[in-house]
Design a protein around this ligand. Structure first.
Ligand SMILES: *Cc1c(COP(=O)(O)O)cnc(C)c1O
Length: 338
């Protein structure tokens, strides 16, 4: 194991030993290559730099009590990566190549997978972008796929604690029929200003409404949203949210626990009826929502009065983390043991 202060890792970039790459050229994907270089040779006219033909993924590997390394649902990330590629007219990377690259990069950097006790994990970042030098607006002919890893601590420094969000109708992260459903850098660039404004006002992130009517709940910054009421797990259905693998997993676990699951439009006013609410994604699993302030109407929806997460959110969080670290049985075959 590397000499790293595992307990004080943030969610940031830490240099590791190797990354894995694969290039698309002359209409075909090449072989996987291992590199120890953190930099990429790229032409200044590369399509991705000018026209944002770029997609990425985020997943994690965990070290268990048994010292085994587990990768969570990488087949789902591989499929979503293909969906993202198709929407931006990029060549979809074969599922097997994606999975082989993930296994390889984790194997090569296994001394960077944090110890079980630290509660930290190894973040895995696949990225793909158009590299052809061209000024005309056309899909790139050549692409580079890279996977690098970085040991990370919990996404939210405060730990599993509820935090506040804010609705601001003057910002959208995606258009009604735009790229909200895929994981592309362009969506993130478009959300930076709103995110900075929310942070300035003391919020964790912007709470986005559907961009067409501003009537329904969409996403919590770059995380999916769920609410809990009457033993039901409710999460928005929308054409502008990213289908979160964490959310999908939580829906399955909620059903396992005997809860009802509803994926449907969630009118903003319905927030007032939820007993608990949470943001979910790979980075934090669940980040409980303390309250949502509507900046425009001045209405506040409060989910946690005592600064503690709700019992259902806590149970779901512990169950999913347990599966990821190998403490709970992997009844749905979500985990790849390296
Ligand atoms: C990545 C992402 C999520 C979370 O997805 P997971 O698969 O659970 O990590 C949610 N919303 C947006 C916009 C994202 O980019």
């Amino acid at each position: 194991m590397k000499n790293i202060d595992w307990k004080n890792l943030s969610f940031g970039y830490v240099k590791t030993d190797f990354n894995v790459r694969c290039a698309f050229k002359d209409g075909a994907w090449g072989e996987l290559e291992v590199s120890d270089n953190e930099y990429i040779p790229m032409h200044m006219a590369a399509v991705s730099l000018h026209y944002a033909q770029e997609i990425f993924e985020g997943l994690k590997a965990f070290r268990g009590k048994d010292d085994k390394i587990r990768i969570f649902r990488m087949d789902e990330n591989a499929r979503r990566f293909q969906t993202s590629a198709r929407m931006l007219m990029m060549p979809p990377l074969p599922i097997e190549t994606f999975e082989a690259a993930i296994r390889k990069v984790v194997e090569l950097n296994k001394e960077y997978v944090p110890p079980y006790e630290s509660g930290a994990s190894l973040y895995i970042r696949p990225v793909m972008f158009g590299t052809s030098a061209q000024v005309g607006v056309n899909p790139s002919k050549e692409y580079l796929f890279i996977v690098f890893v970085s040991p990370v601590g919990p996404y939210f420094k405060g730990g599993f604690k509820p935090t506040p969000y804010v609705v601001m109708r003057q910002f959208d992260r995606a258009a009604p029929l735009g790229t909200g459903t895929i994981k592309c850098g362009g969506n993130y660039a478009a959300s930076l200003e709103a995110g900075a404004k929310a942070h300035e006002m003391g919020y964790s992130a912007v709470f986005y409404l559907d961009p067409k009517e501003k009537k329904y709940v969409d996403e919590c910054g770059a995380a999916n949203f769920f609410g809990i009421k009457n033993n039901t797990y409710i999460t928005p259905k929308s054409n502008s949210i990213l289908p979160s693998i964490t959310n999908k997993s939580l829906m399955t676990l909620a059903e396992d626990m005997g809860m009802k699951v509803e994926r449907r439009h969630v009118p903003v006013e319905e927030l007032a009826t939820f007993e608990e609410a949470g943001a979910c994604g790979t980075a934090a699993v669940i980040s409980p929502v303390e309250r949502i302030d509507d900046y425009d109407t001045k209405v506040s929806y409060v989910f946690s009065k005592d600064g503690q997460p709700g019992p259902v959110s806590l149970k779901l969080y512990n169950k999913l983390r347990g599966i990821q670290y190998g403490d709970e049985p992997d009844t749905h075959q979500w985990v790849t043991v390296l």
